[in-house]
Design a protein around this ligand. Structure first.
Ligand SMILES: O=C(O)C1=C[C@@H](OP(=O)(O)O)[C@@H](O)[C@H](O)C1
Ligand SMILES: C=C(OP(=O)(O)O)C(=O)O
Length: 403
């Protein structure tokens, strides 16, 4: 494994970070593009491996779709292949084959798709075996496991002969990602309604359009965190917009409490330091990808806080709760489960001279712990892990001098 060593760097001057494009937006517009007749003018697609994998699999159209470790690619391509009557095998990394997909497969089978598991029931690998007749236009689906199942169904819904009504049951998690899907569909000409827990998409066609993918707010979060942890500095993050499709733009409000002030300009967002405000409570139900960033920030800046909405973290690239607990402990911070799904983040009581961070095949573990370099020497195991969403991450670290 290829380690990377970050030099202690308490502060920096005024630095501009170019930022990558959003893989979530990219992977949606790629599926929508595949479902549109004619040509869309799509620009600024993400360099993320998850997106490059999606592009390659759609272009080369192989019999075996190996998505590697990309959750959206797995879920979106499963629904796409199943409902467009393509016979494909979908597989991925060993971890991908531990990430559940049964809720999506059950919904697709209810609609009329034939799907067979090739290993364990409810998990990849699986085979889509054809779709000849739509059996129903009303499907109930749990909203509390992964919104990606819902997004996957929604994007295909307009092309179903009878359209589709989804009734979401239970708590709805990652709702902002469902809204992102619907808003993008709308930009490509689709009409829908979403009231309470019912989403209705009538049968209709996607319209050709021009679309430029936005910069990635999840990737931006690490720079907010770096500034929160630094003694001094200011950062300009290019390409972020105030009215974003991405729920992770919530990082602006979260980091405002943790000592980072944001000011939007036409080109992006200017970050400066400000005082931290008291004991904090953070709910990650609709922005789960920010949890690691915020946990590490609080641990470093000495901010005790309460975390909820972490349920989906256990089925992501790794069990992110376990991974956080292990790695935070290396600099004497803790993420303690108090009662059912309520956690307390207890900040560091002392940072050792060198900390080595294990990344558990999870890009966000590597990136979230980078700001620890404001306090000490940090060795991050497996530098390539960031390629999943942010291949230029280490290059951007050079701009602030932690590398
Ligand atoms: O739809 C998407 O683009 C995503 C949805 C979220 O997953 P869940 O819906 O499984 O929480 C998020 O964690 C993931 O990084 C990207
Ligand atoms: C959870 C993530 O991705 P996915 O589920 O698409 O693999 C992520 O990028 O943090």
């Amino acid at each position: 494994m290829n380690n990377i060593t970050l030099a202690p760097k308490p502060g920096f001057g005024e630095v501009t970070i170019p930022l990558p494009s959003s893989k979530s937006e990219s992977n949606r517009v790629l599926i929508i593009d595949a479902l549109t007749e004619g040509e869309n003018d799509i620009s600024n697609l993400a360099e993320a491996r998850d997106t490059q994998t999606m592009i390659r699999l759609l272009r080369e159209d192989p019999e075996i779709l190996d998505v590697l470790d990309a959750g959206t690619t797995m879920r979106f391509l499963t629904a796409y292949a199943a409902l467009s009557n393509r016979k494909k095998t979908l597989t991925g990394t060993p971890r991908m084959c531990e990430r559940p997909i049964g809720i999506l497969v059950d919904a697709l089978r209810n609609i009329g798709a034939k799907i067979k598991y090739k290993g364990k029931e409810g998990y990849p690998p699986l085979e889509t075996q054809g779709f000849s007749e739509q059996l129903t236009d009303h499907v109930k689906i749990r909203g509390d496991v992964s919104s990606q199942y819902i997004s996957a169904l929604l994007m295909n819904a307009p092309l179903l002969p009878k359209g589709l009504t989804l009734e979401l049951t239970g708590k709805i998690g990652s709702r902002t990602y469902i809204e992102m899907t619907l808003e993008l569909m709308k930009q490509f000409g689709i009409q829908y309604t979403f009231h309470d827990n019912i989403i209705n998409v009538p049968h209709q066609s996607y319209k050709n359009t021009a679309f430029a993918v936005e910069s990635d707010w999840s990737g931006a979060s690490y720079w907010f965190s770096l500034l929160a942890c630094a003694e001094k500095g200011s950062l300009f993050l290019k390409g972020l917009k105030k009215d974003s499709l991405q729920g992770d733009s919530k990082v602006v409000d979260i980091m405002d409490k943790l000592g980072v002030q944001s000011e939007f300009t036409n080109e992006g967002i200017q970050l400066t330091k400000k005082p931290v405000t008291g004991l904090q409570e953070f709910d990650f139900t609709h922005c789960p990808d920010l949890a690691q960033t915020v946990a590490v920030t609080c641990a470093i800046i000495g901010q005790k806080s309460k975390f909820t909405g972490l349920e989906s973290l256990r089925i992501k690239e790794t069990d992110r709760i376990y991974a956080l607990q292990q790695e935070l402990a290396k600099f004497n911070a803790q993420l303690v489960e108090e009662e059912n799904e309520v956690f307390t983040l207890i900040p560091s009581t002392g940072i050792p001279e060198t900390v080595t961070i294990h990344t558990y095949d999870d890009h966000r573990m590597a990136m979230a712990f980078m700001p620890l370099a404001t306090k000490t020497k940090v060795i991050i195991e497996d530098k390539e892990v960031v390629n999943k969403s942010y291949p230029s991450f280490w290059k951007h670290c050079e701009l602030v001098g932690v590398l």
